[in-house]
Design a protein around this ligand. Sequence first.
Ligand SMILES: [Fe+2]
Length: 194
Amino acid sequence: MKSIDDAAYGAAAGDGNLAPAVEQLRFFNEILKWHADGEDELVFPAIEKVAPLAAKTYVHDHHEFDAMTAGLAKIASTSDALVAARETAALTAVLRIHLDKEDQLLYPLLRERTSLEEQTAIVGGMAAHVPPERTPDFINWFFPLLGHDDRAMWTRVVMGLMPEQVFAGVKGLIQATVAGDWAELTRRIPELDS
Ligand SMILES: [Fe+2]
């Protein structure tokens, strides 16, 4: 989102060319929807059981995102760059606060108060929100953002859930994306190398 906001600001402050921001926005809106739908369906109900009321504030944020992304979806290359930059700046700030809150409060609660089986089901269910044809773009975006532990956790979960043939394709995508870090991933999950 920061990169989109920088592109929109660049357009507003410079030549008015919103094309780079618009191109990135299309994919980002999809990601945000997978994030929100996956959490609404799986994460918040799990939190509600172990920490009643804690999820409500996050649900509220997601409704705000719906309104904000609906506005952003209307931004085209021909839109007013200043209007676009104001909207991307607002979403960047709101999103940063939301994701920090989730990392610092929501996910630690989930880690502490749910079983590994429940967590596995949640990660698998979230992954299932990505349509198969969007998997290459998703992995390309997602894996560089993760540390070694989270890469191994996500890979293990989808490996256990996907049919072998489907996972073979995903494995190739992961390998190409993490490149030099593949050895570290196979050290953590030796079965990947078989
Ligand atoms: Fe969220």
